[in-house]
Design a protein around this ligand. Sequence first.
Ligand code: ZN
Length: 465
Amino acid sequence: MKGNERINAGAVIQAYLNAGITELPTSMQINNYVSNKKRTLEISGDFNFVDMENMVREIKETESEVVEFKYRIDEENPSKTDWEIIITCKQMLDDQRNQKHGNIDSTFKLIFGGFPVMVWGYSDINRHIHPTGVAIISSETIETYKWLFEFLKSNRFCNGEWIPAEFVADNAQCITTALREVFPEVHRRNCIAHIIRHIFDVKFGEYGIDKQTDGERIKNEILELANHAFENHFDIAGAALIAKWKASDHEGIVQFADYFDREYIQKNKFWYAANGQGIRQNNGMEGSNKWIKRDFINRRLPLMEAIAALKKWLYVCAHKNYGNPAISVKTNEWIAAHDLKSVTKVIFSGGTWYVRRSKSEWDETDYRDYLEYYTDLDNVLDAGDVELFQKNIVVVTRSTLYENEFTCNCPIGALRTRCKHVLLIQVFCNHREWPNMPALRQTINGTARTRPGRPRKHTQALSRI
Ligand SMILES: [Zn+2]
């Protein structure tokens, strides 16, 4: 190793191992270790102490920092040694462990040697992503993911075990396996945005499916399938969709059906708007990765410099202002919910609120009869039943992740955005009160009439159409 341009992480690990140090517990210990090594050992050509000292200095600069170092030496083939440097701080670690869920996404091209960087965090009730740590790893394996999950579960900086209810990631099998081993009960969410993108960018081309015609239709069918609230409904509708694709004259669509069935129905199906579950996509976490690349690491850096840049990024994240944590309801949302109240019927059954959709053509008797039929476990539902259900009924349930919050499977609620159905149920459950509705409606009308700079000509042109 020459100069300070680049450091061989394997050599660092080997040096730690040789010294019998298995983690980076405190800056003082590392400092002592380095001075001791300098006194007692010859510095060989494959290890650069300047790099080590830089690392020590940086660790000392931020006292609250938490760094954990894990590795497993492959004795047969040392170059295949797995290692991981976890960087976070106590405040972020506590913040993450106070949540019931996590998001994780890996990014590449930040560091020489191609070492991936894992970024994790959580989504707050207003869907802001809070990054809470990063890990630099030798490569993406079950082992490296397990180390991270084990660290989040229990570590020497925090009391007790953290058991999340939910984790969101892309479709990677190593994440699924690692999660299952460390958190056997966790609901492993599969990011729907990744699925759609992968299908559009890769699979449609591979199977010769035209993106604009068949591809667009298939995408919409997948998005519709994603709006199911119940697992059994999803299974029935999913099987019907696969059968429909398989009956196509287009050989590519038939093959695509097999692929989709295997990957997203049999293997990792939890990308739909399941009752009570949190966000369905990992876009916020990916956005964080893009943010690192734009503002902190815009070209590949040597390992030590990358660590320094990632620490700066984490510092900014830890001090970021995420705005008012309370949820504000917009006037038009109140009005939509209040309008819904007069046309719909809410039925509470088995911990779930069923709401007849505003567009449903059923009368109250139809609605009650159908609902009785659907909720009777003795009835075997078919794809037609499930389709009818989706068209006429929305399902509101308590969120498993956030206190006093609800989920809904209407197209807006399924995106985990607050919808009029949820608002209505919150009023039903006394979590909210109707504001003064006549006054609220008056403000809307008043503003529309008197708003300065209203585009009159434009309005007139529109009214002529
Ligand atoms: Zn809704």
